[in-house]
Design a protein around this ligand. Structure first.
Ligand SMILES: [Zn+2]
Ligand SMILES: [Zn+2]
Length: 252
């Protein structure tokens, strides 16, 4: 299995996952042009895409969905809540509905959808599995839940939200109600919470830890990386994804 975080952050999110010539995209908060540019930069072939899965209807996860699905003639998979929340912004596309908790099969890839506590209609995290191992993807997590801890045991790779540095958020420019929203159980994970969660999931075969959805206002890559390194005792070298460029293509 290989994967690449094409974009991550509050301006747009998209993750490419591929196995055996078949690829799926998890969220599409990029314009179609930007998506094509980044796929090419990363050496990924859009013709391999079979569908897009959507985690929730916030704009940074869906803004490019419609144009991408229409241009590549592929379906969009979402649960009913996300479809209702996203519908009119996406336009005419082919929807396929799943229920949160379902496991979806795409050839060699099996994708489980896990409920999370973020402030959208029915947001999900993903667990992607193939013969190569398990990849967990949780951005916009809100809070680390027991379900996530249990489901994400034995991962080979983890893409996890490191949204904000708590001190930077609290002393930063956001108005008070927005600060409250971000740090609540239905908001976003702070660096130290994410680092604790990652440390709890660490085992010898966890090869890749990608720090995702970093706030441009309330975080710095160095702060997120430092929190992860500290919590993991330098057991592996984390990588910070960003808004402007795709990460490397990770193989597992
Ligand atoms: Zn988001
Ligand atoms: Zn969100």
């Amino acid at each position: 299995m290989k994967f690449c975080v094409l974009a991550s952050g509050s301006r747009g999110n998209a993750v490419w996952v591929e196995e055996g010539g078949l690829a799926v995209l998890l969220d599409c908060g990029l314009s179609f042009n930007e998506f094509k540019k980044r796929a090419e930069l990363a050496g990924l072939d859009p013709r391999k895409l079979g569908c897009v899965l959507v985690s929730h209807e916030h704009r940074d996860h869906i803004s490019g969905l419609g144009p991408l699905a229409r241009a590549l003639k592929i379906p969009i998979l979402a649960n009913q809540g996300t479809r209702e929340g996203a519908g009119f912004q996406v336009g005419k596309v082919q929807w396929q509905l799943f229920r949160t908790g379902d496991q979806l099969d795409f050839g060699p890839l099996k994708i489980r959808t896990l409920p999370i506590s973020h402030d959208a209609r029915d947001p999900v995290a993903f667990l992607v599995e193939s013969s190569a191992g398990r990849l967990g993807l949780a951005t916009d997590l809100g809070a680390p839940t027991e379900l996530i801890r249990q489901s994400y045991r034995g991962l080979r790779a983890l893409v996890l939200e490191f949204n904000h540095d708590y001190e930077k958020l609290m002393s930063g420019p956001y108005p008070w109600p927005l600060k409250q929203r971000v740090r609540s159980r239905t908001g976003h994970l702070a660096n130290d919470m994410a680092a604790q969660l990652a440390a709890g999931l660490y085992h010898r075969d966890l090869a890749h830890l990608i720090l995702a959805h970093l706030s441009e206002t309330n975080n710095l890559p160095e702060l997120a990386l430092e929190a992860a390194r500290r919590a993991l005792n330098d057991a592996l070298e984390p990588v910070a994804a960003n808004q402007w460029r795709p990460t490397a293509v990770f193989e597992m």
